[in-house]
Design a protein around this ligand. Structure first.
Ligand code: ASP
Length: 303
């Protein structure tokens, strides 16, 4: 199977992934952090957009599973000479990879790539489209923290308009029984939001009833050449920025990273013991090991 959207997974699939992740989390605590699970398999990480956490964790995940891992970045590849996505994928296909993990600035690019390869394609973020593996690691981080997902209340706050994380998380969180709400200024809420099936609030008071506040990054790089949806970052941070004062002591805060300290979240909240940000990163490695295993597992190849 490919993993292009959270829609590709049922709640039972997600539970299976989390059971696998528990095992891989244990591997990360060993002195030798490597298992032979994907020995002989080839994983290509193709990143056409910047990444720290996603690329590092997918690379480490493949290596800890003993796969042969190759990273390609657009800036150092023939994409920078104008090679098309189709030709890039067809070229890589000649090497018979088993998995292509792909990040691209265009919505739907990973789905298109999947048409030109026999490898399993994992969407590591497509423009403002989806980021299913972020959703899965966030769910896993929540499950590790609260011991359950069903019935948790989460508010996703901020730049929903340009966030692929918001889209994947709304659909994935609801699938697992989480009560989700969106909070932000009207200019950062996308048109058609009524089809997402979650309530939208334009006031931080909507955070009062939730267990977890999930803060989104202001996606400045997607604003180029467009009228900015907020008048200034200073004003945004004054009205919508999250600080310890805005939250109850028992509420936890999450963020997909990278954070803009002092814009959508203050440094002292991000660094506090109410923050799950680094717990999310740790969870991400185990979950991505589980994903690599899972996308290949039902389709064993002949030796
Ligand atoms: N790292 C996440 C992403 O790639 C979130 C972000 O960049 O704000 O979408």
């Amino acid at each position: 199977m490919h993993l292009l959207s959270v829609d590709d997974l049922s709640p039972a699939d997600i539970d299976t992934l989390f059971r696998l992740s528990d095992g891989f989390l244990e591997v990360a605590s060993r002195p030798i952090k490597k298992v032979p699970t994907l020995r002989g398999r080839t994983q290509i990480n193709m990143f056409f957009e910047a990444s720290t956490r996603t690329l590092t964790s997918f690379e480490l995940a493949g290596k800890r599973l003993s796969a042969d891992v190759v990273n390609i970045k657009a800036s150092g590849s023939s994409v920078s000479k104008g090679e098309s996505l189709k030709d890039t994928i067809l070229t890589l296909e000649s090497y018979r990879p088993d998995i292509i993990v792909m990040r691209h600035h265009q919505v739907g690019a990973c789905r298109m790539a999947a048409r030109y390869t026999t490898a399993r394609v994992v969407n590591a973020g497509d423009g403002a489209g989806e980021h299913p593996t972020q959703c899965l690691l966030d769910l896993y981080s929540l499950r590790r923290t609260y011991g359950r997902l069903e019935g948790l209340k989460v508010a996703i706050v901020g730049d929903v308009l340009r966030s692929r994380v918001a889209r994947s998380n709304v659909f994935g969180f609801r699938k697992m029984g989480i009560d989700v709400r969106l909070v932000g200024p009207p200019t950062l809420i996308p048109p058609g939001i009524e089809h997402w099936g979650v309530p939208v609030y334009h006031d931080l008071e909507a955070l009062d009833e939730v267990d977890v506040v999930y803060v989104l990054r202001m996606q400045l790089e997607r604003a180029k050449g467009k009228v900015p949806p907020v008048p200034s970052l200073r004003e945004y941070s004054r009205l919508w920025g999250l600080s310890p004062r805005r939250l109850r002591p028992d509420q936890r805060v999450m963020h997909p990273g990278p954070i803009n300290r002092g814009v959508e979240i203050t440094g002292d909240l991000a660094d506090s013991d109410r923050s799950l940000i680094l717990h999310q990163v740790e969870s991400g490695l185990a979950v991505r090991m589980a994903i690599l295993y899972h996308v290949l597992a039902p389709h064993p190849q002949a030796a």
